[in-house]
Design a protein around this ligand. Structure first.
Ligand code: HEC
Length: 220
């Protein structure tokens, strides 16, 4: 009996270690850097998105007015929305027909992308920086060689170290922004979670006192 349970434990440990290393080998190519989620990062993310990504991608679940929630000043929102109404969704400058003509496909909406893909935040970040210039001058995405999106940050052709690190920051910030669009209440939930835990803690303590009092009376 003892032997069986020992073997079971051993088997379990082996499975765990193997599953873990498989998972790691699958994700090996993804960058693991910390993504900062401060308001300043989200706002820079908006800047990157509205300068670049919006040329080809929609954020159909995000309205211009929602940007106020991450502290975007109204003048900046007005500048970003241009002729659009403040309650309009943030759609691409390109319509479906133009997308088809250019890429042979509709470019995906990015509102929920950070949640739709496994390890979405690191995935998008890594994808944006995975472009590399080959010896023959062609540019490939090392993670997804067949992807139809060009190197929009021009990362592969930037050699200057400080520009590269600024582009990496831009990539992190646009990802932080996309994490917010995919789950705008995440931060709120996290801080609410702390209060809920505190409440449960106090409640447990009070119930413990009640229990002690009740039993003291029963025992005497
Ligand atoms: C010039 C057009 C263009 C621009 C600009 C652009 N993209 Fe893309 N993007 C595409 C196309 C086309 C695809 C679809 C690629 C495919 O599936 O082969 C794509 C795909 C993606 C995907 C992959 C989605 C998936 O299915 O997994 C992500 C993430 C993404 N883009 C993020 C961004 C971000 C962030 C920016 C701005 C920094 C950006 N894109 C700017 C054209 C563009």
């Amino acid at each position: 009996m003892r032997k069986t349970s020992q073997s079971l434990v051993l088997l379990f440990v082996c499975c765990f270690v193997m599953a873990n290393s498989w998972a790691k080998s699958g994700e090996k190519a993804l960058r693991e850097e910390q993504i900062e989620h401060e308001l300043s990062n989200l706002q820079n993310g908006v800047r990157v998105f509205t300068n670049l990504c919006v040329l080809c991608h929609d954020l159909k679940y995000v309205k211009f007015q929602d940007l106020a929630e991450i502290g975007m000043p109204i003048e900046n929102i007005d500048e970003i929305r241009g002729v659009n109404n403040i309650g309009d969704p943030m759609l691409s400058k390109m319509n479906a027909q133009q997308m088809h003509a250019l890429f042979g496909m509709l470019t995906p909406d990015l509102s929920l992308m950070a949640k739709a893909r496994g390890n979405g935040i690191q995935y998008i970040y890594s994808l944006l920086l995975a472009y590399d210039e080959r010896g023959d001058g062609s540019i490939v995405n090392i993670l997804y060689p067949n992807i139809k999106m060009p190197d929009v940050l021009a990362y592969s052709i930037t050699n200057d170290a400080s520009t590269r690190s600024r582009l990496e920051q831009d990539a992190r910030d646009v990802v932080a922004f996309l994490a917010w669009t995919a789950d705008p209440r995440a931060q709120e939930r996290r801080s609410l979670g702390v209060y809920v835990m505190l409440y449960l803690f106090v409640l447990t303590f009070m119930l413990y006192l009640v229990k002690r009092k009740t039993w003291a009376r029963l025992k005497s």
